[in-house]
Design a protein around this ligand. Structure first.
Ligand code: UT7
Length: 321
């Protein structure tokens, strides 16, 4: 312990206006509201407008987080954006966001860890904070998955949505973030990927999301339990100390299995997958913002954030609110 901690002093989120229900999807592909709800818990998702990119969603979420934090954007010392659906190949979405916030000079970079992106970015920010060189850090998860879905593939297109969530961290002598743990295993890259790239002005490979749903499901349930226990142990805490679990919002069945393995009732789990679907790197900060603003998360509570996704990547952040 360095005696320097990161504390979240503001949260914010943004969902695009357009809502796409299961019924809407059933009008264009062979699926049903019943199948989607039973297998995933999803009822609807938000979809970005044609003119909206990841940085636009990130901008709205960041403004709200800064407003709650009560600091102007100029006070930020570092910006980290987690996204798998960046505005363009480069510059990074964090730099584009910085310009849209009307600020300059502080470092800004993207983290690409798919659905674990926000947890990766938050753990990264915490390391920067503990170096003692930074006082205020903006961490954002922003995604427009609607752009990388095959809307004719019922096995994947029903699962995802667009959105953004952000937090402002402040340096503090009181915790804050207690422990973080990150993992990756690239040998599982093939079960969840967008295997396309830009080459010579053309797209090489298929630039749309593909997934082996069953394999992803099993992997997620296994590692979400493991990494939660590992992170608790690093902080010297027990399962019973967790007040709120905020797992990546991919599928209600994955969330329920994780809660059961951790011996937690679903009353202590923050769930947004029903209304947001899987928003990848945005899912955890979107759920966090909701639970902070509606008063469920209160000072002194222990909150466990968990991510898992393509790579394969997974990780957890345990914090005291
Ligand atoms: O951030 C990580 C991202 N990904 C995930 O977390 C996804 C993890 N996996 C899952 O959530 C689940 O595996 C799915 C929801 C994707 C699939 O659920 P499942 O219970 O594993 O179903 P399944 O893939 O075994 O498919 C069962 C049946 C199949 O039909 P047959 O072959 O049994 O005749 C599918 O073709 O359901 C069919 N199916 C659908 N039917 C209606 C697949 N998608 C749909 C659909 N509507 N949208």
């Amino acid at each position: 312990m360095t005696g320097i901690y990161s504390r979240i002093i503001g949260t914010g989120s943004y969902l695009p206006e357009k809502v796409l229900t299961n019924k809407d999807l059933a009008a264009s592909i062979e699926t049903s509201d019943e199948w989607i709800r039973q297998r995933t818990g999803i009822r609807e998702r938000h979809v970005a407008a044609e003119h909206e990119s990841a940085s636009d969603l990130a901008l709205q979420a960041s403004r709200r987080a800064l407003e709650m934090a009560g600091i102007p954007a100029e006070k930020l010392d570092l910006i980290i954006v987690a996204t798998t659906t960046p505005d363009m190949v480069f510059p990074g979405t964090a730099c584009i966001l910085q310009a849209k916030l009307g600020i300059k000079d502080m470092p800004a970079f993207d983290v690409q860890a798919v659905c674990s992106g926000f947890v990766y970015a938050l753990a990264t920010a915490d390391q920067f904070m503990r170096s003692g060189q930074y006082e205020h850090i903006l961490v954002v998860g922003a995604e427009v998955y609607s752009r990388i879905l095959d809307w004719e593939d019922r096995g994947t297109c029903v699962l995802f949505g667009d959105g953004a969530g952000a937090v402002v961290l402040k340096r503090s002598s009181e915790p804050g973030i207690l422990a973080t743990r990150l993992h990756a295993d690239g040998s599982h890259a093939g079960i969840l990927s967008v295997p396309g790239s830009v080459s010579g002005g053309k797209i090489r490979g298929r630039p749309l999301l593909q997934m082996e749903g069953g394999a992803v499901f099993k992997f997620a349930v296994k590692v979400l339990e493991e990494v939660a226990l590992e992170t608790l142990s690093a902080a010297g805490l027990q399962k019973t100390d967790i007040d709120w679990l905020i797992p990546h919002q991919a599928n209600i069945r994955i969330i329920q299995s994780t809660a059961k393995k951790l011996g937690m009732s679903m009353e202590r789990v923050i769930v947004t997958v029903d209304r947001h679907a899987n928003t990848s790197a945005a899912s955890v900060p979107l759920a966090l913002d909701e639970a902070v603003r509606d008063g469920r998360i209160r000072p002194g509570h222990h909150v466990m954030l968990e991510g898992v996704g393509g790579g394969f990547t997974w990780g957890a952040v345990l914090l005291k609110w």
